[in-house]
Design a protein around this ligand. Structure first.
Ligand code: CTP
Length: 408
């Protein structure tokens, strides 16, 4: 819920501006007060009247900047808000934010504010991947701006790729996460691994698996929502980096382990990645050519480091809570109980990854939580719900035995 929260929505000029209308409706439904600043370009896509009707507040535009200034200065607009949200965050407004320009009311407020800022980028894929935009986003991230999206998909310009603005419900979730007052994991650090790993055969071929990263990314999001400072180490996935989470992209298991160790001391480690068990012992430096009539080349494999077992090792740096996943196709619970002991972690989340169940890449998951005290069978939930429930349990666990027992 967002009861009593005040959102200052900055609507910039892009085709995705129409989604701002649905966003306002959803925010109001959750009890938030919404006030809008509409840029001149934004007014070409949505009218001040529609924003005003949905927000039930006056809309601030440059056209009336003189009267706006006399009634409500740009400092006051920011002062009255708990959060500033830029929808759509176009390449232009991101560049103006990164450059510190104050050439219209929206940019001036963004420069003058000391409130948290969330940006929902939307633009053509080439603009999103252009070095200038990449650099601007990096600058803004280091200054504390949180990003939600963009998503991969078809765009209004008939192209396909990253650049499509997040859906209103995703933006609402990011807003709720940023404004959450229930932050039991504030001050705690968490590390999450997610997605598959890729083990090179040669520069063009690799061994990998079907992991989508959806469950691991959802866990990183849920932990951040509860206030934890989260580092997500992700293998190659199509899902976007979660808002408010430091995401490190890796390919191989060796790189994933190195990134986990470099993350430093953490209170919670969750290994949700489907790490390849084996790597090619000596990947070829050049593309392996097939020779007519010759046998296929043999692949010599050697074991990858076990990241979960490494993080679970007793010692002063061991996280207070280490959680692993067990992906099984048979004897799910028995194998998972055995795996928890073998890997030395505290909890195992066991899930059935038989193709018929559709866990890999799907939206839902049926899991069993295995700890030292026993096995809990959870109902089928969305991956987001599994993540939320798991994060809440982790918070209780860290809060101490009395709170954890009360939740049992
Ligand atoms: N894991 C890991 N590093 C590896 C292999 C697995 O960190 N090299 C972690 C996974 O992230 C997961 C757990 O270990 O949390 C279980 O992985 P899984 O592949 O299900 O089990 P394995 O140990 O590989 O055993 P098996 O393949 O025999 O089922």
């Amino acid at each position: 819920m967002l009861q009593g929260k005040r959102i200052l929505l900055i609507v910039a000029g892009g085709i995705a501006a129409f989604k701002a209308l649905e966003l306002i409706r959803r925010l109001r439904e959750r009890g938030a007060a919404v006030r809008c600043i509409l840029t001149e370009a934004g007014a070409r896509f949505v009218t001040p009247l529609s924003l005003q009707a949905l927000s039930e507040d006056r809309v601030y535009t440059d056209m009336f900047s003189l009267t706006d200034e006399s009634e409500m200065g740009h400092i006051q607009l920011s002062r009255d808000a708990d959060l500033l949200v830029v929808v759509p965050a176009t390449a232009n407004i991101l560049a103006r934010m990164a450059g510190g320009l104050a050439d219209d009311l929206a940019a001036t407020v963004l420069l003058a504010t000391d409130k948290p800022v969330l940006a929902a980028p939307a633009m053509n894929v080439r603009m999103w991947t252009h070095a200038a935009t990449v650099a601007n986003v990096e600058i803004l991230k280091t200054r504390g701006v949180t990003f939600v999206g963009p998503n991969d998909g078809a765009m209004a310009c008939n192209e396909h790729g990253p650049g499509r603005m997040s859906e209103p419900e995703e933006i609402v979730a990011a807003i709720e996460s940023m404004l959450a007052t229930n932050r039991p994991l504030a001050g705690k650090r968490a590390l999450v691994t997610s997605g598959p790993t890729r083990e090179a055969i040669d520069p063009v071929r690799y061994i990998s698996n079907h992991s989508s990263g959806k469950q691991g990314h959802a866990i990183a999001t849920a932990l951040a929502r509860l206030g934890a400072e989260v580092t997500l180490v992700s293998g190659p996935v199509a899902v976007v980096d979660p808002p408010g989470v430091r995401t490190i992209h890796v390919d191989s298991a060796d790189q994933m382990l190195a990134a986990c160790l470099a993350a430093g001391a953490v209170d919670i480690a969750v290994c949700a990645a489907a790490v390849a068990d084996w790597k090619v012992t000596a990947p070829s430096g050049a593309k392996i050519k097939k020779k007519v009539g010759a046998q296929p080349p043999p692949l010599e494999l050697s074991p990858n480091p076990d990241i979960l077992a490494t993080l679970s090792k007793p010692g002063p740096r061991r996280p207070a809570l280490v959680v692993g996943f067990a992906a099984e196709t048979e004897n799910l619970v028995a194998n998972a109980i055995d795996k928890r002991v073998r890997k030395g972690c505290d909890w195992i989340v066991a899930n059935d990854v038989s193709p018929a169940i559709g866990t890999f890449g799907g939206e839902r998951n049926t899991v069993h939580l295995i700890s030292t005290v026993g096995v809990e069978n959870w109902p089928t939930l969305t991956k987001g719900e599994v993540a939320g429930r798991l994060a809440a349990r982790m918070a209780l666990h860290l809060a101490g035995p009395r709170s954890a027992a009360a939740a049992e």
